[in-house]
Design a binder for this molecule. Structure first.
Ligand SMILES: [Zn+2]
Length: 58
């Protein structure tokens, strides 16, 4: 499973189906599932949509 460096979402396909970026990484740490885009953690991660995100991508 790879993580898009642009939006930090998990994706199995390139380009990223969410933002169309081809800048993917297989080196990531921490999986966060955002259920509520208005939650504090969503604000901290700066995400605006529910989904599966990586905390750190290198
Ligand atoms: Zn993306």
């Amino acid at each position: 499973m790879q993580v898009c460096r642009n939006c930090r979402r998990f994706t199995d396909t390139s380009p990223c189906p969410f933002c169309k970026s081809t800048n993917l990484s297989s080196s990531w740490k921490g999986l966060v599932i955002i259920l509520d885009a208005n939650s504090e953690i969503a604000k901290i991660l700066n995400v605006t949509e529910p989904g599966k995100y990586a905390l750190f991508v290198s």
